[in-house]
Design a protein around this ligand. Sequence first.
Ligand code: ADP
Ligand code: MG
Length: 583
Amino acid sequence: MSRRVRLLDPNVVNRIAAGEVVERPASVVKELIENSLDAGATLVQVDVEDCGKRLIRVTDDGCGMDEQDALMALERHATSKIEDAEDLLSISTLGFRGEALPSIASVSRMTLTTRTRTAEGGVQVHIEGGRRSPIKHVATPVGTMVLVEDLFFNTPARLKFLKSDATELAQIVDLIARYAIIYPAVGFFLRHDGQDLLRSPGGTGLLKGIAAVWGRETAEKLVPVDYERHDIRVSGYVSPPHLTRHSRAYQHFFVNHRPVRSKTMSAALAEAFRSLTPERRFPMAVLGLEMDPARVDCNVHPSKSEVKFQREGDVFEAVRGSIRSALLHEGMMPEALSSHPVPTRPGAYRPSRTMVAAAVHAFEPATASAGEQPALIEQPEQRPRFPFSYLLESLRVIGQAMSTFIIAETATGLAIIDQHVAHERIIFERLCGIKGNQPVERQSLLSPETVMLDRRLAVRLEEAIDDLRSVGYDIEPFGGQSFLLRAVPAVLSGKDYRGVLQDILDEIADDSGGRGGYAPRERVWIATACRMAVKAGDPLSHAEMLKLIHDLADTENPYLCPHGRPIVVTIGHDELLRKFKRI
Ligand code: ADP
Ligand code: MG
């Protein structure tokens, strides 16, 4: 059998391309709304029936097409967005490959209705499985409506590969949510089987766009990010470290206004939050990069959702450094710079590049400074350099304010420390063995004491008995709802250790509050640390304050208390001088 080499029928080519571009209903929605956005739409309405399998209709109020363009748009590799290969190096539109419309048309029954601003009427083209019927002149508003019916009707194999209805629909909702967040100026409406699923009004800024999708309460808690580094502007919002989610579904990245997936960006985000959030919890983020389009390649995947950066390292640094600086600026993280203090002024202050560089440098992990001797005073043994060691340089405790805050002078300025959360962090790290498993000191009681509990707490106690032992409570069941207490944490001897035990049990029995995501053991530690720590309002002696700061400087994660509150606020020399108009 002899076969000649020949060019494929265009219809076959389109169907092959459809295999890459049109994977599922959500990919059709994606291509169509990108076209609407490229056409300058301010309103994009998406109607879907049967999770997109029966019908997808995207209507916009963009520039529309005239008759000639409408026909041309359906040809493969027909695009109005780039002209030559040179343009590929600096793409500013969402589309450019000119294959979406013909690909979708080859695997569905598609109707394109469109009208330009200057045209008196509109045109309508219908294509079925790639075969076009004659063009019609119709009355229609300015803009474009693309109707896609019976997707994959002629490629049954594709249909079989679709996931459950719920999954396919969720993909569409998630996709539109992404665009609604990134294009807050544009209104997006999504309806499924006649039911409203998503509404973002448009005409607003990023934060309101986020609020429309994630809710106002969440949006209000977000931390703004806006920095520039390596000629890359990083802007958007991240959640504070105590506001996390159990998956990465709440992380949106975009590059030059194109939503993207980027391993580099998500790794940089994770790195910025490292040691601030519990394990297996993920910060929320909407982060955009603005950079020279010539330094990003959007053309690495047919669906254009992945990008390749020319200098990955720069992008990583810019993203990580910016988030760190933003958290620092918001007081979510203390200033850990010894020679380049970043003033924390309210308002539209933007740190200079050198400051960001210094910030990034200062946050290098402890191991990065191996070989360098930390300048610790009164510390005979060698210890790794923890971020707070700067606190100890020329440390002078000035005193206590409101019996709650310790005020100290350091080499770089003033440090104000919340004594309760600082102590909480110190105890927490000891309990969870971050500093090598130091056994918790316990004090045996002269004679065992019985503890009677109500049923609810008794059940909790039995579950947590090992965890309670790990924090110093030696306790065993004594029949029914009574227990025998043999030893208590040494720090509590002579204090109200029974009350503290009760509080810990109350805390771990309380499932209502924002403790989700912590293992029961961690919750015992957090509750214990909280109850054992000195309180706001406790007067401290000079020696106690000094010891507390030394212990704090030695913690692994001195940025936040286990509940996510800041521990230290610093005022740099520069800021102080500036406040008094001395510089
Ligand atoms: P691409 O977006 O890559 O250019 P498409 O196949 O998605 O390729 O679209 C082809 C062309 O059709 C576009 O370049 C654009 O000129 C035109 N077009 C498609 N959708 C719209 C729309 N909603 N409004 C105006 N023009 C459109
Ligand atoms: Mg397109």
